[in-house]
Design a protein around this ligand. Structure first.
Ligand code: TRP
Length: 448
């Protein structure tokens, strides 16, 4: 098959359309489901401080790096690396991203499917037919057909939107969904703060426990969470940036995206922790926090049935807007590489990725006996992706833009030109990001 090197022709209708889609990509299950359980397990406020530092000094610079590469190259991740530096095999970074997206979306769609099930359960009222949510959840996930059906529905919705293209599919869906999601999370946080004892949740989230700073595991959890929540290291912003016209300042756009993502995580934290503490529950529940602890809590709250609809609706919507972006990375690559139509590529990749995600889903039923150090298959996907795949992709991205691309190309493409901020940006990419990520890894492996 002759490989084309044609540039992309699709574009966002406006800067606003790009920003909404990019925030939609960043804000997802990671901000709500994952943020709450990881913060819960890692001591709350101390974790939050390290997390915010990672976002500012590593996350934001990498978002800027990705968008700059994408907008400059106007093509998919693999070709973008090849064009930016043809002499060395940096395009493997693009290849890693394309391959990584199969696994990320595969496992992501499983949790998105759980969210959809709970959303319909809250709507129809069937979610209230139990008094033990631990049993409810384990019965649900141990039925293979049911869980893979919800997963299939979420994948089908994603494929439907992405097949519609950049403007009519991804941008249009984000324009409807994002404002609604923003309103829901604010309403949920406001409600949670009115509960008796909410201040204990605030203290957990904002009053640091200094001892936690000495635990290396907290650092690696914070790096992993920063990467997952922003969705960096897998060329998502590179790919979305390829559809962005020139003439919009990239650092400003990146700061808006990062701020939007962080605010959403904070509001989700404000919605969840005050409620958890108000009812005297333990926040360190692991991945089941959103699916076992919270539904039980909704039955105790005044108006909890409505709150549950809003919460799981938020989860489903936020998951969808992220799923579009994770699918778009391989779609852009395969469309160009094999010169196929968007529709054909989207449908075939959707089916393949669904298959890649099946073991994660079936790990609670048919493949129940397979686990590693007490982790289920889904937890292995989650752990390996956030704490390994994304940081490796992110380091490669930071090193490439910092060292491999050429200083003047990078500064020009990012719109920083010769500013002091531009120098600081390169410093973050060259030194801070790789050293900090490296130390977090090293510390975590020493402490095992
Ligand atoms: N950031 C999204 C979330 O918080 C998930 C996501 C989107 C993602 N794109 C990604 C994760 C790329 C890893 C890599 O849920």
């Amino acid at each position: 098959m002759p490989e084309t090197t044609d540039k992309i022709t699709e574009q966002w209708t406006s800067r606003g359309g790009f920003l909404l889609a990019a925030i939609g990509s960043a804000a997802g299950l990671g901000n709500i489901w994952r943020f709450s359980y990881v913060a819960g397990e890692n001591g709350g406020a101390s974790f939050l401080i390290i997390y915010l530092l990672c976002i500012l000094l590593i996350g934001l610079p990498i978002v800027i790096a990705e968008i700059s590469m994408g907008r400059n190259a106007q093509c998919d991740a693999v070709l973008a690396f090849r064009l930016a530096n043809p002499r060395y095999p940096w395009h493997l970074t693009g290849g890693l991203a394309v391959a990584g997206c199969f696994f990320i979306l595969g496992f992501y769609s499983v949790i998105a499917g759980w969210s959809l099930k709970y959303f319909f359960g809250a709507l129809s009222g069937s979610l209230w037919d139990t008094d033990d949510y631990g049993d409810y959840f384990s019965e649900f996930i141990s039925q293979p057909v049911e869980s893979i059906s919800w997963q299939l529905m979420m994948m089908t919705l994603t494929v439907g939107v992405v097949a519609g293209g950049i403007r009519k599919g991804i941008e249009a869906a984000n324009r409807y969904l994002m404002p609604v999601l923003g309103i829901i999370v604010v309403v949920l946080a406001a409600y949670s703060l009115t509960l008796d004892g909410a201040t204990k949740g605030l203290a957990f989230l904002f009053a640091p426990d200094w001892e936690a700073f000495t635990r290396p595991a907290v650092y690696i959890a914070a790096v992993g969470q920063a990467f997952f929540s922003l969705g960096i290291g897998m060329a998502i912003f590179l790919t979305y940036g390829a559809y962005l016209g020139h003439g919009h300042s990239i650092p400003g756009a990146a700061a808006t995206i990062v701020a939007g993502d962080t605010l959403l995580a904070l509001f989700a934290g404000l919605a969840i922790f005050p409620a958890v503490f108000s009812f005297g529950l333990n926040p360190a529940q692991g991945p089941e926090l959103a699916f076992i602890t919270l539904p039980g809590l909704f039955t105790l709250m005044p108006g909890g049935e409505l709150i549950a609809i809003l919460f799981f609706g938020l989860l489903v919507g936020a998951a969808l807007t992220s799923m579009f972006s994770i699918l778009e990375v391989p779609v852009a690559y395969f469309m160009r590489r094999f010169n196929l139509s968007r529709r054909t590529v989207t449908v075939s990749l959707g089916a393949t990725i669904y298959a890649v995600g099946l073991p994660a889903s079936l790990g609670y039923s048919i493949f129940k006996s397979i686990n590693l150090g007490n982790r289920t298959i889904l937890e292995i996907y989650d752990y390996a992706i956030s704490n390994f795949l994304l940081p490796v992709g992110g380091i490669a991205m930071a090193l490439f833009v910092g060292w491999g691309w050429g200083k003047s190309s990078a500064l020009r493409a990012s719109d920083f030109n010769n500013s002091v901020l531009g120098k600081f940006w390169l410093f973050c990419l060259r030194f801070i990001a790789p050293i900090f990520i490296g130390l977090a890894f090293f510390g975590a492996s020493l402490s095992k």
